[in-house]
Design a binder for this molecule. Sequence first.
Ligand code: SF4
Length: 421
Amino acid sequence: MTSVNVAITTRPSSSCDTELAKGPWEFDLSPGYGPGASEDDVIPAPVTRPGQLPVAYQRMSDEELHERIRNAKKALGDRLVILGHFYQRDEVVQYADFLGDSFQLANAALTKPDAETIVFCGVHFMAETADILARPEQRVILPNLAAGCSMADMADEDSVESAWEELMELYGEEPDADGRQPVVPVTYMNSSAALKAFCGRHGGIVCTSSNASTVLEWAFERGQRVLFFPDQHLGRNTAKAMGIGLDQMPMWNPRKPLGGNTAEQLDAARVILWHGFCSVHKRFTVDQIEQARAEHLGVRVIVHPECPMPVVDAADEAGSTDYIRKAIEAGSPGDVFAIGTEVNLVNRLQAEHPDMTIFCLDPVICPCSTMYRIHPGYLAWTLDGLVEGEVRNQVSVAPDVAADARVALERMLAALPEGRK
Ligand code: SF4
């Protein structure tokens, strides 16, 4: 395990972002957008800002930080549950009571009724989702409030509201003869609570990367077309697999009138794709897949559906983090997997399955740079606060927003077949 107080790499050129080569506290103050994200964007108001850990914690040794975390965990007992996302760094994940994707984790917290505090070692939208689903007496803490998600930040509420107004003006608000509304908004789980609430209010729904096609089918039963945000790639890959043509999937650029489309293009649209992407998954390329195949005979290539379409098309399979994990668990000794997803998960899978060869398609170290902001120093500081009776870095969704967001999440659960909820 690497030391918590050194940068992720001492060789900046081997990381996808030179920012990651900085010390953790210096990195902590750099802008919250990840490598490759739209850094020229005006950062919308609700986006979390760089955190500032008290200097005393910045100066603590690794040993002291870990001792504090262990002691606080022991003192808080069942009153605390710590959730660790698959993409979280190992120094933090070792303290998690549950490890999973964002929706699995939000639900896992519900199985701990005695936990008054849920500490979510993930990013901001995940903590919001946990707060939406948590019982009223439970509170949610995100150890570093600057741990946002560059993809979620690419669709802010104002831009989506303006897009919706333009679309309503174009299509009208009346349903067609079959009772289908002109547009159904579908948001990926990786979005702010405000956008989940938007979907709740406008007959829309939430999806995850493992249920996106089921959710799109649900939406097409109720609407003539879908506005899908924030991830264009998940939207495109899913709709294409359902037989929808690329010419029926215009992209919506929020800075241009009609999203940069003509009225005719929007008339023919089945899925309108928001101009968003994950800065980690957009780095995977077809060349990397070809190289993996050239170097490893019989390699099985599995990529996440947040990867660009040519990469998903070139891979053997595409699926969510849970799909990838299960595929590897079902593998046999000697199997070789090339994986197109975040490097912390891939490295952990390799450590758990030493009898297989499992490697990340991207040879350059590219962690989710926002999740990386959950340093053990922040975990120690927030847990110490709880022991002292002080709640630090709580993420709290306003009750009216949470109620609307819950509607969209419940529609997703209702759309799923039994056994997949
Ligand atoms: S991996 Fe991508 S989508 Fe996931 S939290 Fe990080 S930036 Fe967001």
